[in-house]
Design a binder for this molecule. Sequence first.
Ligand code: AMP
Length: 223
Amino acid sequence: MRIILLGAPGAGKGTVASALHEKYNIAHISSGDLFRENIKMETPLGKQAYDYISRGDLVPDSVTIGMVEERLSAPDCSKHFMLDGFPRTLAQADSLDRFLAESNREIEAVVSLLVPDELIMKRISERRVCVSCAAGFSLTFNPTRVEGVCDHCGGQVIQREDDKPETVLSRLRTYYEKTRPLEEYYRARGLIIEIDNSKGLQPTMIDLECALRDRDIEFEGKS
Ligand code: AMP
């Protein structure tokens, strides 16, 4: 399967992608995680991206597109992948189409995760992340067993700098302005699958797996 997960910050793209990765071993490409890794390693790309991310702005397409296309060239993405957080602009969507066409691949579905705004604000304020392995937690829905310590790798679990209230509003504004128009772009091509992600991961996974099967998108039996 080759899908894009679309939705506002806090809509649950990362959580759904991680669950699909765990269950079916499908490559999960998160542009936000790629940026955070680069920032942690202090690479030139990380240094370029840092200021934009801390302001809640998008990193310029000229930096972002190359980074994601390089990841999509890896062998584990040759047949199956999930894009989480990319594309976020029409220019990125356009480049992605052209890039995939070069290797005879195409996007099979775009999953739009629907969550009411009030729930988004609550989820973001309660979201925590492991600085070592990027695992996601929530203070209410999925807390760590030991406060501040990752259940998976023992790393430090923190609130992302850009999840703090002053940056979240700017990220939401950017989402409505630049990313929301992608829904219409993909709807016009019949690719949108809308999934209500306000009731928890289990019902979301059932709805999503049914929708993928309805469209004959291959994702089971992957090892
Ligand atoms: P995320 O983890 O997906 O919420 O991304 C965190 C931040 O990384 C975003 O607020 C942007 O600043 C930056 N970012 C992630 N993906 C993209 C993208 N496709 N285009 C531009 N900036 C991005």
